[in-house]
Design a protein around this ligand. Structure first.
Ligand code: WT7
Length: 664
């Protein structure tokens, strides 16, 4: 492996100390093989450049054509975009049905008997559902929902495990114009209550339970507890998944299988306006109550459809496995809507990646012949920690493309993914996007882009990323700043449910006219984008603002470190002192000498500027349920205080308790 090429920060003189100093100097380039390039849906840089130029110079022409080509309309749109900053309306006058785009239009074609979903439950049960069968189930469930009194515009909450019925429920809602809000199955009663009340859901769709690490998650019990405080809910539909006994509230609760028994599988999909709300997805801000991100129909569907086609280079014969839960935007866009609109075969897995053994994903890939695999850096670092032997037991020869999403991927994890999983043969698409963007925004195109470990590289069609300083001036290549997006795009969020003021303030007030992503980032000399962390987490050391990702990446390049999180602690002299929390790989021990070694390692990799003032070893780091490190909590611990802020999105409070008890 080539040596890491990181030098001491050389701050360009025209970069003010308000922007972010970049400390990483990764330059390796990995080009797609000629073989991959030849078969790619987009295989030349010239073609990318031409389409990109068209998409930003004449966006209405570009998106108008894509919308006609990629989507099936029941009524053609009249106007591509109506943009009254910060509110966009796309494809006005048009009507379509999102579910019909994912299902009905594949019927009567060679796809109708193709697998839409290959499902594997954690206990090992496997089910294959063709497009025709999925269509049938969705139609039946849509009829059942109608019979329950659900109508267009109503809200329904979905709290299900990763089972095919989760997709059925989403698509049945979409078919009827019922707005769904999926609540991640790991969330508590409190979280269900808040979300249901915020959107005033009439219906909750849940299951008796789901399997996770050999145990049953008591979904129904959580719903019952939440529903003590949710006056709007009229019915609960309960899917039988695990079969354990559950409490039933007479009149309110209905078994899924009873509800659909004997119900017609004929259902004509009505067209809904392009801007009809499709779903609300709650995403936690760093503080305060969760934000109900609202996505609408046609623009969202177009964004997810076109990115699935080009970023994942989707082919008729692919078996596509995205490991995200449907409770996250990744599950919405790249398990359900994007792949099904493209007629893909989606592999859906219910359970934990390390059950019964830490090689479950590799076993799944080999048994089902998965060709495209999309996961998160936090998962990749866990695979690395579990050890290479689990990977080496499997051939992984069916894989042809890998993806990453959720956080900056540190070059060490990237190289491991490339070598151990991709066998140096599969392009990696490191895709930057957000719940709010709906679809992938910045990404390599696998047949086109030479990738650099850690960089999400180049903007997708229609995306104009800008790195700006506090004055709104463009930061030159090499310098860091805040990441903004300049133009509206079809899959953008339309507002925050019930709180348009917060929408304006949160995303559109940092710099008038620009969408503020909340991330710190920079362009390198090649014009590639590097996200260096959330702006709220940026460290300020002796006047240098440094992104967390870069220091963490240097730490993880030490052979003993599995995972690292860096936070600032108020310091009279430096402004902020650097406190790092690390978890070690199996076989390495925490010791005072080891602390010194890690401090020296960072100083060597980045410069003495970033030498940590304090190194703390931890058994685990506090993470959100989607795997993001909660640096806000570590900051409170580093400052010697107790954790006060909201901890409801925390995956495991014991991790925080353990870190705090170390303090004393
Ligand atoms: C935030 C959005 C998008 C689906 C999953 C997360 C970070 C996401 C990358 C990436 C660097 C990334 C950003 C972003 N992020 N992907 N490829 N490289 N950072 O959705 O929970 O809305 O989080 O995740 O900080 O703003 P989300």
């Amino acid at each position: 492996m080539p040596a890491r090429n990181i030098s001491i920060p050389n701050q360009p003189s025209n970069v003010t100390n308000q922007t972010i100093t970049s400390v990483s100097r990764e330059h390796r380039k990995f080009r797609p093989s000629a073989e991959f390039q030849r078969q790619a849906n987009l295989g030349s840089y010239a073609a990318y450049k031409r389409l990109y130029a068209e998409s930003v110079n004449t966006p209405n022409k570009f998106w108008g054509r894509q919308a006609k080509e990629l989507l099936t309309w029941q009524k053609p749109f009249k106007k591509v975009l109506d943009w009254k900053l910060p509110h966009a309306k796309w494809f006005l006058g048009g009507q379509l049905n999102v579910a019909a785009n994912c299902l009905d239009r594949h019927l009567g074609t060679a796809r109708e008997n193709k697998a839409a979903i290959i499902f594997e439950g954690e206990p090992g049960d496997v089910r294959t559902i063709t497009y025709k069968q999925l269509h049938r189930e969705v139609c039946q469930f849509a009829n059942a929902l109608t019979a329950l009194g659900l109508a267009k515009g109503d809200r329904a909450a979905i709290y299900l495990p990763m089972v095919p019925e989760a997709a059925v429920a989403m698509l049945a809602c979409a078919r009827l114009g019922v707005i769904h809000t999926v609540i991640f199955g790991g969330f508590s009663s409190e979280a269900i209550k808040d979300r249901v009340n915020d959107c005033q859901a009439k219906l909750v769709i849940t299951a008796d339970g789901g399997w996770r690490r050999g145990k049953i998650i008591d979904l129904k019990t959580n719903v019952d507890r939440a529903l003590a405080g949710t006056p709007t809910v009229e019915h609960v539909v309960v899917l039988k998944r695990t079969g354990q006994p559950v409490a039933f509230s007479e009149g309110r609760d209905r078994w899924w299988h009873d509800l659909v028994a004997g119900v017609s599988a004929e259902h004509k999909a009505k067209g809904h306006d392009s801007e009809h709300p499709l779903f609300i997805l709650y995403t936690s801000g760093s503080t305060g109550k969760p934000k109900g991100v609202l996505h609408t129909s046609a623009g969202y569907l177009l964004g997810t459809t076109i990115t699935t086609k080009y970023v994942f280079d989707l082919k008729e014969t692919d078996i596509y496995f995205c490991t995200a839960d449907i409770g996250w935007i990744t599950g919405h866009s790249y398990v359900v809507y994007g792949p099904l609109a493209n007629g893909a075969t989606v592999l859906m897995y219910e359970g934990a990646p390390n059950h019964p053994e830490p090689d479950r994903f590799w076993d799944i890939i080999d048994r089902h012949g998965v060709t495209i695999f999309y996961t998160a850096p936090t998962a990749i670092r866990a695979f690395m920690r579990w050890g290479d032997d689990y990977v080496k037991k499997h051939s992984l020869k069916s894989l042809r493309l890998l993806g990453s999403v959720g956080e900056p991927i540190n070059p060490e994890a990237w190289m491991w993914y490339h070598t151990l999983i991709g066998k140096k043969r599969c392009p990696i698409v490191d895709t930057w996007w957000q719940t709010e963007t709906g679809a992938i925004m910045v990404t390599p195109l696998p047949g086109v882009t030479a990738t650099t470990p850690g960089s999400c590289t180049l903007p997708f069609f229609g995306v104009v990323p800008k790195i700006l300083d506090e004055q709104g001036k463009e930061v030159p290549r090499g310098g860091g700043g805040k990441l903004f997006l300049k133009n509206p795009w079809p899959s953008m969020l339309r507002t925050l449910w019930g709180d348009d003021e917060r929408y304006k303030k949160q995303y559109w007030s940092e710099l008038p006219g620009y969408y503020f992503a909340g991330d710190g980032a920079r362009f390198d000399e090649d014009g590639y984008l590097w996200v260096v962390g959330r702006i709220d987490d940026v460290l300020n050391v002796s006047g240098h603002r440094i992104g967390t990702a870069e220091v963490e990446s240097a730490l993880v390049s030490h052979p003993s470190v599995a995972e690292a999180a860096v936070v600032g602690r108020p310091d009279e002299l430096k402004g902020q002192a650097l406190v790092v929390f690390v978890t070690l790989k199996n076989g390495f021990a925490a010791s005072p000498q080891h602390k010194e070694e890690l401090r020296a390692h960072v100083a060597k990799e980045i410069g003495s500027l970033a030498r940590p003032d304090d190194v703390r070893f931890a058994a685990a780091l506090p993470k959100t349920r989607s795997g993001k490190i909660m640096r806000r909590i570590l900051k409170e611990i580093a400052a010697g205080g107790t954790v006060k802020g909201d901890t409801t999105t925390l995956e495991d409070f014991n991790v925080v308790a353990a870190l705090q008890s170390q303090e004393e």
